[in-house]
Design a protein around this ligand. Structure first.
Ligand SMILES: Cc1cc2nc3c(=O)[nH]c(=O)nc-3n(C[C@H](O)[C@H](O)[C@H](O)COP(=O)(O)OP(=O)(O)OC[C@H]3O[C@@H](n4cnc5c(N)ncnc54)[C@H](O)[C@@H]3O)c2cc1C
Length: 441
């Protein structure tokens, strides 16, 4: 008989799980339930708009969505339109793949001032995520500070200084491109508590800053160590050496070479956001790093600025009906198993780290567990739960406007049509009503 599986969330973790289930050689029916009309999670709403090659992974997910066994239920939010408890009654297995949509909060005094944004909100805004499309950050400032030393921080800094021409092939939301193009922003400070040895950038992203059309990256030679410690893991060592080489190159750059600058400021721990209602400066304490940890030196300094992006990590929200480890910010699980018939994959399972492909093994493992846990259904006469035969009528009865995968393709076609006449891949709709209107037309 058929194992019925509901996957909550259509990001990489959800799609890898669906793919592994369909690929597993037993009879399954897989429903992917997504709160937005649009699929693919952070591939659409997180990955930078000028990184279209990375976003191509969605083509693989599209193949998965088109399997006969798979159905996409877009615009359906779990615990709003249907509860997790109900889903568990309707399906043999429920897989939570809801990601980590929120920001880890900056907790220094003044962090709630106007002009201070978390990276989840800022990235969501420039990527046209409906939750953040009305953020409208005030970019009428000459200087911005980005707090954080990872790839998301680099994305934010880079997008802030890119020109319209540089973004010609990107699917940045039109509202964001307008504000960025009109902004007088000339200096972006990339700040990190620790040093270049501890920074989490990948080298491809770091090097990209050296090729920007109107901004030059600058590092301070005195902040760069001469070499990498011998005891570093060989893989980390190679990456760190490459990063140091790039930063050394940036230390030799001419600040006047281009109209905008990205400054690397290491050993800088933010201690307070200064200003009245709006941010006017960030106060930092200089640090040194001992055994990999930043220690304050007592020396304070300020960077005047009108915009702060805190890119210090993401955080999951609890899912009603499932346990939650508030400290770790994940659903507690044993290698993906949460409870009988309940599983977790991706960032909600592991926390918000790793690249797109890091989510694949989660899906493969959980698919194996589901096949093992329901083998009487897969290989015997036992009947399982009804799955979509129960969900579809329930959603209809509740008046939920389900967006199917074919509907999504219509929305996508309309986005592509809106970009016609340019080299942009699409002109995104940034609100749910706009997306649904396409389907009414
Ligand atoms: C800004 C940023 C840039 C990144 N860039 C790269 C990159 O360039 N390369 C790379 O390899 N990795 C990148 N990553 C990492 C990569 O995006 C993640 O590893 C991956 O998206 C995590 O997958 P996920 O499926 O766990 O979560 P997500 O991708 O967040 O997907 C979760 C999905 O669940 C949905 N959902 C949430 N709650 C509900 C609910 N109640 N009901 C229904 N649906 C729900 C969400 O709408 C979303 O679609 C980036 C991450 C970020 C934050």
């Amino acid at each position: 008989m058929t194992i019925t599986v509901a996957i909550v969330g259509s990001g990489p973790a959800g799609f890898y799980t669906a793919d592994a289930l369909v690929d597993g050689g037993c009879d399954v029916q897989v429903d992917i339930i997504e709160r937005l009309p649009t699929p693919y999670g952070l591939i659409r709403g997180g990955v930078a708009p000028d990184h279209q090659t990375t976003k191509k992974v969605a083509r693989k997910y599209e193949q998965t969505a088109r399997f006969d066994a798979v159905r996409y239920f877009g615009n359906v939010e779990v615990n709003k339109d249907v509860s997790l408890v109900e889903l568990r009654e309707m399906y043999d297995a429920v897989v939570l793949a809801v990601g980590a949509p929120g920001d880890r909060k900056l907790t220094i005094p003044g962090a709630d001032k106007e002009g201070v944004h978390g990276s989840a909100a800022f990235v969501g805004w420039y990527n046209g995520h409906p939750d953040f499309s009305d953020l409208a950050p005030d970019l009428n400032t000459a200087t911005a500070v980005v707090i954080g030393n990872g790839n998301v921080a680099l994305d934010c800094a880079r997008v802030l200084v890119r020109s319209r021409e540089g973004m010609a092939h990107a699917d940045i939301a039109a509202h964001a491109m307008e504000l960025i193009a009109a902004s007088p922003l000339a200096d972006v400070y990339m700040t990190g508590r620790r040093g270049p040895l501890e920074a989490k950038f990948t080298n491809v992203e770091l090097r990209e800053l050296g090729e920007l059309e109107q901004a030059v990256p600058l590092a301070r030679a005195e902040q760069l160590p001469d070499s990498v410690p011998d005891d570093m893991d060989p893989r980390d060592r190679r990456l760190t050496e490459r990063n140091l080489a790039s930063l050394r190159e940036y230390a030799g750059n001419d600040p006047a070479a281009k109209p905008k600058r990205i400054h690397f400021e290491f050993f800088a721990q933010p201690v307070e956001i200064l200003g009245d209602d709006r941010v006017e400066a960030v106060k930092f304490e200089r640090t040194n790093v001992v055994d990999g940890r930043a220690r304050g030196t007592g020396e304070l300094f300020e960077i005047p600025c009108g915009l702060v992006i805190a890119a210090i990590g993401y955080r999951s929200d609890p899912v009603e009906g499932a346990p939650f480890d508030d400290k770790a910010g994940i659903i507690p699980n044993d290698d993906g198993r949460v409870d009988d018939g309940l599983y977790a994959v991706g960032w909600i399972k592991r926390g918000p780290t790793g690249v797109i492909s890091s989510n694949r093994p989660d899906g493969v493992t959980v698919a194996e567990y589901i096949r093992a846990d329901f083998k009487e259904i897969a290989h015997g006469p036992a009947h399982g739960r009804p799955g979509r035969a129960a969900l579809a009528p329930l959603l209809k009865e509740r008046g939920v406007r389900v967006v199917t995968f074919e509907d999504w393709k219509k929305i996508e076609a309309a986005e592509i049509a809106r970009a016609e006449g340019s080299v942009r891949p699409r002109e995104k709709f940034v609100t749910v009503p706009e997306m649904l209107k396409v389907l009414d037309a």
